[in-house]
Structure formats: C-alpha cells, structure tokens
Design a protein around this ligand. Structure first.
Ligand code: SF4
Length: 211
C-alpha cells in the first residue's frame, strides 16, 4: 500500500505542480482558522467571498472576542448554519484571546479545545500554518481514497489514521490540497472522469469496473 501511495503522490504532484489551500487566508493563521470553521457545509468560494467584509470588521481574535455574536451572524449569513457558526467563532475568538494571547495554537489538543474546531480543521492548521503535516479528511479525501482502495470507511478519523502512516508528514498537506483539486476537476462525485484519470490503473474502483 505504501508503494502504491508513493506513486499516487508522485502522479498528483506531476498533475498539479502547484498546490494550495482553496481558502484565501493571505497566510494569516487566525483568518485560516475562521475560514476553515466557516467552510463546514459551505463552499470555499462562498467563504472567500464573505471573508473581506468579515476581516475588515474583525481582523484578529481580540476584535472578534469583543464583538457581538449578532454582528458576526450578519457578516456570515450567506454561509449556511450561520447561527451556530457565529456562536462558535465568538467562543473560539474569546478562548484564543484569553488563553492563547490571541495566537492560534499549534498542538492538536489545544486546537481541539477551540469551539468549532474538529480534527479536519486542526490538521489543516497544523499543516498549512505550522508545517507539522496532517491528513485533512474532507469529503474529497474520503471519497477518492476509498475509490483508490486505501480505505473502506466514510469515518473521517478512520480515514485520517489509515492514511497518516502512508503519506510522509512533509507531504500530507499538499497531498490533501491536491486531492481536493482532483475531486473538483477529475474524480468528481457522482460523475468521475475515469477515462482521463491519471490514477485509473491504480484505482480499485476502476479496476473492478473494468475487469
Ligand atoms: S479512475 Fe475514476 S474513480 Fe478512480 S480515481 Fe480516477 S476518476 Fe476517481
């Protein structure tokens, strides 16, 4: 499995020489954290669209911590689940401000102590901000790695723990960003473009369909 994964990583790197997170956080840890929380059940494009107004009003944890939840709600209203997200953002900002001096922490347990932050968001932050790696088991990662034959589960934690030993730490973040891109361009949910897929000879789903 490791050899197969190494080859898949190599091909995705060749297919997408540049990889980047689709959330436009401008390299700011607080922004990325907030945007990742907002991206649950919402498109990255939508989050990118509301970000300028949100961060013009709340550029850091201190300003968001002292703001009204209703004001956050107004700025994220088009995001879906906006009431729960606004409440989480307010609580998250307060904890960042009060416990972590306004800085986004890097340890997994500290990140998981923040409202609205689960392992997916925590791994994104650890990888993109702190260079610690982390499998971001989002919908694309879960779907594609199941199709390729690495996992047989839709449980994000199971997928994360299955992939973690197979992907070198220093490649995990970019690997996951590339899977998101591949899931949008080629291995599209419900209409995968298998004939033009550069992974088809390694894909369990494709091979079983074409026996
Ligand atoms: S062969 Fe098809 S199902 Fe398999 S990874 Fe490629 S696009 Fe997805």
């Amino acid at each position: 499995m490791k050899q197969k994964m190494t080859e898949i990583i190599r091909r995705l790197e060749a297919y997408y020489p540049d990889s980047a997170c689709a959330l436009e956080s401008e390299g700011d840890a607080f922004r990325l954290l907030v945007m990742a929380i907002l991206s649950a059940q919402c498109t990255d494009a939508r989050v990118n669209k509301i970000a300028p107004a949100l961060f013009a009003r709340f550029p850091d944890a201190a300003s968001m911590a002292s703001g009204e939840v209703s004001e956050i709600e107004d700025l994220i209203r088009t995001c879906g689940l906006y009431r729960a997200k606004a409440k989480n953002l307010s609580l998250c900002a307060k904890r960042l401000h009060e416990v972590y001096g306004g800085k986004v922490p890097e340890e997994m347990d500290d990140l998981l102590s923040l409202a609205g932050v689960g392992r997916k968001v925590a791994n994104l932050i650890r990888g993109d901000v702190f260079g610690k790696g982390g499998i971001v088991a989002d919908t694309h990662c879960i779907r594609i790695t199941n199709l390729l034959g690495f996992c047989n589960s839709t449980d994000p934690k199971k997928v994360e723990f299955t992939l973690d030993p197979l992907v070198p730490k220093d490649k995990q973040s970019d690997f996951c960003h590339r899977l998101v891109q591949y899931g949008r361009d080629v291995c599209i949910a419900r209409r995968p473009q298998c004939e033009s897929c550069v992974l088809k000879d390694l894909c369990s789903h494709y091979l079983s369909e074409n026996e």
